[in-house]
Design a protein around this ligand. Structure first.
Ligand code: ZN
Length: 287
């Protein structure tokens, strides 16, 4: 698991020079599987119908795999690259600045604008998904973007930046010769630590969500959820104490005592919140 995560991290570093995949495929599948448990029968039927009607072959067609579709799509659609994160700066947190001043959405939402952040795009695709006038092809796109962006929004390093491409420029030493960048660590290592596969992780995390937590997490909106992720990045992810900026000669940073445990716990909580909130968004759209 760890070796795979490290390799995935290196690929991410090479292939994704600006902020990255946000949760790896496992993390996104965990969010989707948690959400599935909270869907109303009507929303669950709508989701199944959308999955069944979608001929796209970029990912497998099941819900967990479709949650990573937007990352696969952006390889040939670089105009969607900025939509996956909000680079809220640690030293002057300003969500509006990170979100390009919250530009108006094009119609259809899949047409942009390219300069928009995950908060603006999630809102735009959610509105479109809720609108019965949206045509079938655009509805499929809106569904797959919502499915993915709720996850991205909850990866702390997709809502924070230290002039280091959301941690992509921060090499971590994991012991021995193993290194991974901070962003990839939060995409994959913290998720892999939670269980052997997405379904197992989702079942275990879902079982621990109390009704009062769910109720509390359903409050707020994409903006407040982004700032919550930012707070986790500031308190936990960036507790590695790395210097701001990107330079090629950065020496790997050793993880502080207890960092891994705190990171795993924070990631588990973020995945739980994302699952509950994805269900909220889908239930809103389909009921
Ligand atoms: Zn993404």
């Amino acid at each position: 698991m760890l070796r795979f995560a490290v390799r995935a991290g290196l690929i991410a570093l090479v292939a994704m020079p600006t902020s990255a995949l946000a949760w790896g495929r496992t993390g996104h599948a965990v969010v989707a599987e948690i959400a599935r448990g909270y869907l109303t029968p009507k929303a669950a039927a709508a989701v199944d119908a959308l999955l069944a009607s979608d001929p796209d072959v970029l990912t497998e067609r099941d819900l967990g795999s479709r949650a990573s579709w937007a990352d696969a799509y952006r390889r040939d659609h670089r105009e969607t690259s900025e939509w996956h994160f909000a680079d809220v700066e640690l030293d002057h947190p300003d969500l509006a600045e990170a979100c390009f001043g919250f530009p108006a959405s094009a119609t259809p939402a899949s047409a942009g604008p390219a300069k928009d952040c995950v908060v603006g795009r999630l809102d735009a695709f959610e509105r479109e998904l809720s609108d019965p006038r949206t045509d079938a092809a655009e509805r499929l796109l809106a569904f797959k973007f919502v499915l993915h962006f709720v996850g991205d929004l909850h990866q702390p390093l997709h809502a924070a930046d230290n002039q280091d491409k959301g941690g992509n420029c921060v090499p971590l030493a994991l012991g021995g010769s193993r290194t991974v960048n901070l962003h990839s660590y939060w995409d994959g290592v913290v998720v892999d630590a939670l269980g052997p596969d997405a379904k197992t992780i989702a079942a275990s995390l879902s079982a621990k969500i109390t009704p009062s937590q769910r109720k509390a997490w359903e409050k707020g909106d994409a903006r407040s959820w982004a700032m919550e992720s930012f707070a986790v990045a500031k308190s936990t992810a960036y507790a590695v104490g790395s210097a701001p900026g990107c330079s090629n000669d950065k020496a790997p940073v050793a993880l502080p005592e207890g960092y891994a445990e705190r990171a795993n716990a924070a990631a588990a909580l973020q995945l739980q919140k994302a699952g509950v909130r994805l269900a909220l968004e889908l239930n809103r759209a389909f009921n």
